[in-house]
Write a protein that binds this ligand. Structure first.
Ligand code: B12
Length: 226
């Protein structure tokens, strides 16, 4: 039976409403309500990626603008980041589902001196969902820890995140350490984070760059010749 146009328009408005409520929850730091809304949306068969891209990400983008304009401060940003994390945790099992066999192993982390984890976590989740084995080293990761993990897990890709202009240079040190370690076979490096550009990636000799989590998957596949 085909759905009546009224029902589908109403459903569209309802979903749109959920997206904007999810965004509001990020701003208000309301983790409890965000969990409830995401469960509702998932129960209603809303794709997890849509919830991420149309609810959570715009919510965090709003926070970024408010923070930049000094309309909110670190404590509010932290509360918003916690709500974002609460939402991501619910989407993780859906986004990171994979078939069981791995394309390749990726070691990922945020560079030393940098505590931003949200974007790096999203990249990790999307890579996992696309069939990569992901070893997440967390935040504030020194170059030598990247090298040791790459060796230990026989990684094919090392993915490095930085969100501060002051920690971008740590990406170069990390890549230099990886190169100096002469790991064999050659490890591909993939970098990203809000201040990072393709030009910067080229400048420091990274093999790949992506501006968001979805294109990070394409870029990782390109590096693996898939
Ligand atoms: C949340 C946040 C925080 C939170 C972090 C909480 C957490 N658990 O992560 C807290 C409050 C702790 C924080 C602290 C600080 N922050 Co802050 N923070 C932000 C904010 C508002 C949002 C970042 C975020 O989560 N975005 C959402 C995610 C989804 O986007 P994303 O991180 O960009 O990730 C995407 C892409 O970049 C890409 N990507 C990310 N990583 C990778 C990795 C790879 C391999 C690839 C391929 C792609 C990729 O894919 C992701 C998904 O699509 C940004 C604003 C901004 N415009 O970025 C400021 C911002 C990054 N912070 C800033 C500053 C200044 C700080 C502090 C120095 C503030 C202070 N005075 O203490 C401290 C630094 C602490 C430290 N040592 O790291 C500045 C940086 C300015 C600069 N030019 O360097 C920004 C830009 C805000 C601003 N406009 O002033 N911050």
């Amino acid at each position: 039976m085909t759905q009546s146009p009224h029902i589908s328009i109403n459903k569209g408005i309802y979903i749109q409403n959920i997206y904007s409520k999810i965004s509001d929850c990020i701003r208000d730091g309301n983790s409890a309500l965000i969990r409830k809304l995401i469960r509702q949306a998932l129960d209603g068969q809303t794709p997890a990626l849509e919830i991420l891209n149309r609810g959570l990400i715009p919510g965090m983008a709003e926070i970024s603008v408010l923070f930049k304009n000094n309309e909110i401060y670190i404590p509010e940003v932290l509360v918003a980041a916690n709500a974002m994390d609460a939402g991501i945790e619910l989407l993780r099992p859906v986004l990171a589902q994979n078939t069981g066999s791995y394309i390749a192993t990726v070691v990922i982390g945020t560079v030393k001196g940098d505590l931003h984890n949200i974007g790096k976590d999203l990249v990790a989740i999307m890579l996992e969902g696309a069939g990569f084995r992901v070893i997440d080293l967390g935040v504030d990761v020194p170059p030598e820890t990247f090298v040791r993990a790459a060796q230990k897990y026989s990684a094919q890709i090392v993915a490095v995140s930085a969100l501060l202009t002051t920690t971008m240079r740590m990406m170069k040190y990390t890549l230099d350490e990886l190169q100096a370690a002469k790991l064999s076979p050659h490890i591909h490096t993939l970098i990203g984070g809000a201040p990072v550009t393709a030009r910067f990636a080229q400048l420091i000799g990274a093999d790949g760059y992506a501006e968001d989590a979805v294109s990070a998957v394409d870029e990782a596949k390109r590096l693996m010749n898939i």
